[in-house]
Write a protein that binds this ligand. Structure first.
Ligand SMILES: Cc1cc2nc3c(=O)[nH]c(=O)nc-3n(C[C@H](O)[C@H](O)[C@H](O)COP(=O)(O)OP(=O)(O)OC[C@H]3O[C@@H](n4cnc5c(N)ncnc54)[C@H](O)[C@@H]3O)c2cc1C
Length: 388
């Protein structure tokens, strides 16, 4: 947060190390992402490998993990990094989240020592790209009913099925794939050059265009037992990875919102209609004031959850649901309201606001839709399961 948005002196809640990390990430976002991202978005192409190497150099990949080349940063520092990256673009933050909190975390938490040694140092450096395949064409919010199958064949496993909407899949070196076997859900670290594995880029996205998203086909993918994540038992394992990644979204969404509000204030104080700046009209000021409240409340919520996680070691799923539901919902509302302040210019790619608003549509849906988070919270409040 910076003037004029930091009305509550929220910066005083951070320590020097956190402020330093934030400054470094803000600088890399300003230098390596902002000047190009509108073009990447328009073209629907993003240099994932170049960015991953850049982020790897700074220790942003698997930043909150320890060992294997990972930075071992606090949850709050990781959150601040997500916020600064998403202030540039949600797709770029997604690259870092999927790499660190989904693919690397799954291997770090559930993998064998051999799998960790094989994949994590290269992934932390950005030399290897990972993806995380849980969603399927016919099973999104309800992954328990997944169709992808893992069957034993002698000493091997054979995977058959497909995964949909998988970030980074088209260029990944390793795919963490979740599949149902006889004894429940298993996870596998699949080298993407294994015969029978293929991934195609999903085109025509209207959101998160500066991010690579793919559909994976698994056609008799034969793997040794050493590719199975030995500590992953049941659906709890992939769901715990999602809890990890959602934490980054709670922060990141506030970055997108902050960027929109920054641009809207700048626009409102320079754009004149009826002979004066539109920011001088009470209706515009009411919008700006209300948005700044939600931005600061959302930031405080993210910071509270980060501090809780740093002290308790983990967050409960419903705590993460409170953060994701609130902050993404408020971020998208802020982006849409800022869009109105920019009038016709609000729909132009010359300004980042519509790009953020469109990106947040994906952020609202992935890692659990708003409705699913409402159900998680509702279940906690009532003790009643309303999922099915
Ligand atoms: C750009 C992008 C990137 C993604 N990256 C990844 C990735 O890297 N890895 C991965 O595994 N997945 C990824 N996803 C998939 C994402 O997690 C799913 O899209 C999401 O979980 C929703 O699943 P679905 O699209 O099948 O929607 P559905 O589950 O079909 O839901 C459709 C609607 O029905 C509602 N709904 C469903 N069930 C209920 C219920 N019980 N009660 C009330 N409402 C309900 C939902 O809330 C939603 O509004 C990505 C998605 C996008 C868009």
């Amino acid at each position: 947060m910076a003037a004029p948005l930091d009305l509550l002196d929220l910066d005083t809640l951070l320590n020097d190390e956190e402020r330093d990390i934030r400054a470094v990430v803000r600088r890399v976002a300003d230098d390596k992402v902002r000047p190009h991202v509108a073009g990447w978005y328009e073209d629907g192409e993003v240099p994932v490998r170049e960015l991953a190497l850049e982020f790897g150099k700074l220790g942003l990949l698997g930043m909150h993990l320890t060992g294997y080349g990972c930075a071992g940063a606090s949850a709050v520092s990781y959150g601040l990094a997500c916020l600064e990256l998403e202030a540039a673009d949600s797709g770029v933050r997604s690259l870092v989240s999927v790499q660190g909190s989904l693919a690397m975390y799954a291997i770090w938490k559930y993998g064998s020592e051999e799998q960790k040694q094989r994949w994590l140092p290269g992934m932390a450096a950005g030399e290897l790209i990972g993806c995380f395949g849980l969603t399927e064409p016919d099973h999104g919010s309800d992954p328990a009913n997944m169709s992808t199958r893992a069957r034993r064949d002698g000493a091997d496993w054979v995977l058959d099925g497909g995964k949909m909407w998988i970030t980074n899949a088209p260029l990944a070196d390793v795919a963490v794939i979740w599949a149902r076997g006889e004894e429940g859900v298993f996870g596998f670290a699949v080298p993407t050059d294994t015969p029978g594995f293929s991934a195609r880029e999903i085109k025509n996205k209207m959101s998160l265009r500066a991010s690579s998203t793919g559909e994976i086909t698994l056609d008799g993918v034969r793997l040794p037992e050493s590719a199975r994540l030995p500590e992953a038992r049941g659906l709890k394992a992939p769901l715990s990875c999602l809890t990890e990644a959602r934490f980054g979204i709670i922060w990141g969404s506030m970055g997108a919102a902050r960027d929109c509000l920054r641009v809207a204030i700048d626009y409102a104080t320079t754009r004149e209609q009826f002979g004066r700046p539109i920011g001088g009209f009470q209706l515009t000021q009411a919008k700006l004031a209300d948005m700044s409240l939600e931005l600061q409340k959302g930031y405080l919520l993210a910071l509270h959850l980060g501090r809780l996680r740093d002290s308790a070691g983990a967050l409960r799923p419903e705590q993460v649901s409170v953060g994701k539901l609130n902050n993404v919902r408020e971020a998208i509302a802020i982006a849409r309201t800022c869009r109105t302040i920019l009038g016709g210019n609000g729909i132009s790619g010359e300004y980042p606001v519509m790009r953020h608003a469109n990106n947040l549509e994906s952020v609202l849906t992935y890692e659990g839709t708003s409705e699913i988070h409402q159900l998680v919270i509702g279940q906690k409040l009532t003790g009643l399961n309303a999922f099915a």
